[in-house]
Structures are given as C-alpha cells and as structure tokens.
Ligand binder design. Structure first.
Ligand code: SF4
Length: 115
C-alpha cells in the first residue's frame, strides 16, 4: 500500500486531518497503525469497519505512554493531552487504536513491541 492509501484512515476517522496540505502531517498513532497493517497484525479493511462513535478512551494510560508521548503533536500542544482543555477529542489514530484494543481486535502486546 502507498502512503496515500493509509491517509484514507485520516480522512475517515480524524477530525483534525487537513487533506489539502501539500504534505499532510501525521500523528504517531498513524505511524503505529501503518506499521500494524504492514506487519499484518490488523487488516486495513477491518479498521474501516469500526465506528468512531464507539470511542470510550478505555486505554488512556497505555496509549498515552506508547502513542502520545512520542507524538509530534503532543510536543507542540495537543488539546486531548492538555488537561486544562474541556470537551476535547483525540486524533483519529488514537481513537482507532483504543477501539481496536477494547474490541479485542488488537492485543496490548502488539503495541508494546518496538515498532
Ligand atoms: S491524541 Fe494528541 S498526542 Fe495523542 S497521538 Fe493523537 S495527536 Fe498525538
């Protein structure tokens, strides 16, 4: 798959995605999802079947550590990670990973291995 194919996930799931930027910037959740698909731990089409409405942030500690700490958007300031901001939403990559973990389609160990 090409990089632009993976960007379909951003268009479908991420409210912050700006498709008209010449080089769209990606969160670290995107990089992890791409790696998980390439190593066949999850199927691209299975991700497209999930509903973002099912996001409950049930893996906040794990994803905060593995996904958000290295994420370039957190370093610059991510509202979701800024406890002072109310009514916040995560990026699509974070939400997808949380839903996949919660539904059992992804195991915690798959995230803990070095990517
Ligand atoms: S929620 Fe914020 S810090 Fe965490 S992966 Fe998404 S953009 Fe990055």
């Amino acid at each position: 798959m090409l990089e632009k194919d993976y960007l379909i996930l951003c268009g479908v799931f991420c409210r912050f995605y700006k498709p008209f930027r010449e080089q769209p910037r990606k969160c670290f959740g995107f990089d992890i999802l791409k790696e998980l698909i390439e190593t066949k731990k999850i199927e691209f089409n299975n991700i497209l079947e999930i509903s973002i409405e099912n996001f409950r942030n049930m893996n906040n500690e794990l994803l905060g550590e593995i996904v958000c700490i290295p994420c370039p958007f957190r370093i610059e300031g991510c509202d979701f990670r800024d406890n002072a901001v109310k009514g916040k939403h995560p990026c699509g990559g974070y939400a997808i990973l949380d839903i996949l973990l919660e539904s059992g389609r992804l195991h915690h160990n798959d995230l803990r291995k070095p990517l």
